[in-house]
Design a protein around this ligand. Structure first.
Ligand code: ADP
Length: 190
């Protein structure tokens, strides 16, 4: 079983490439952002709680997102593989993910980090705002805050995976096909 953490800043292309991996490898895709937005759309208690945090570009609490992932992992431990998109976003989440996988007799195979510079991220997110309808894409201050939150709270995870020899950086600039080829080249080595 291949379990991939697809990592990178907002706008790096995690969602785009997750969809391609699901189509080509029959992996199961977990996007915490998508799960949270579905909770918001369904107006659940969790959704209401998450919305104000997400609209500001801050992180939803570790307890909430870890709790969300617990059942999903248990239900899919016999899949061909799992793709984690937008999770983990803190070192506490990375530690929790290892524990949750271990409880099910599986483990992270690699963390693939899509590397994209800030100006390009801003360009992509502003373009996405035209179609996504996401409040957090529509405002430059919130976009900047998301990138700052990523740099402060999420980037430290790189060391966590480096220490486990699971860190695989990937150049995230170029066409979608070029980037996807690089992702597949790394997956072939796993
Ligand atoms: P992007 O990576 O493009 O910013 P996502 O859809 O992954 O978009 O996430 C949108 C928002 O959802 C985040 O800014 C954050 O508020 C919340 N969120 C998603 N995943 C997590 C997570 N693992 N931990 C905390 N908050 C999260």
């Amino acid at each position: 079983m291949l379990n991939i953490v697809l990592f990178g800043p907002p706008g790096a292309g995690k969602g785009t490439h997750s969809v391609k991996l699901v189509a080509d490898y029959e992996f199961v895709h977990f996007s915490t952002g998508d799960i949270l937005r579905a909770e918001i759309a369904a107006k659940t208690e969790l959704g209401l709680l998450a919305k104000s945090v997400m609209d500001k570009g801050e992180l939803v609490s570790d307890d909430i997102v870890i709790g969300m992932m617990r059942n999903k992992i248990r239900q899919n431990k016999d899949a061909k593989g799992l793709v984690f998109d937008g999770f983990p976003r803190t070192t506490a989440q990375a530690e929790a993910l290892d524990k949750l996988l271990e409880e099910n007799g599986i483990a992270v195979s690699a963390m693939l980090m899509l590397d994209v510079e800030k100006q390009e991220l801003i360009k992509r997110l502003q373009k996405r705002a035209e179609v996504s309808g996401r409040a957090d894409d529509a405002n430059i201050d919130i976009i900047n805050n998301r990138i700052e939150v990523y740099n402060d709270q999420t980037l430290p995870i790189v060391d966590y995976y480096k220490n486990q020899n699971k860190f695989k950086p990937i150049d995230g600039l170029g066409t979608i096909e070029e980037i996807y080829d690089r992702i597949q080249a790394v997956i072939k080595t796993l």
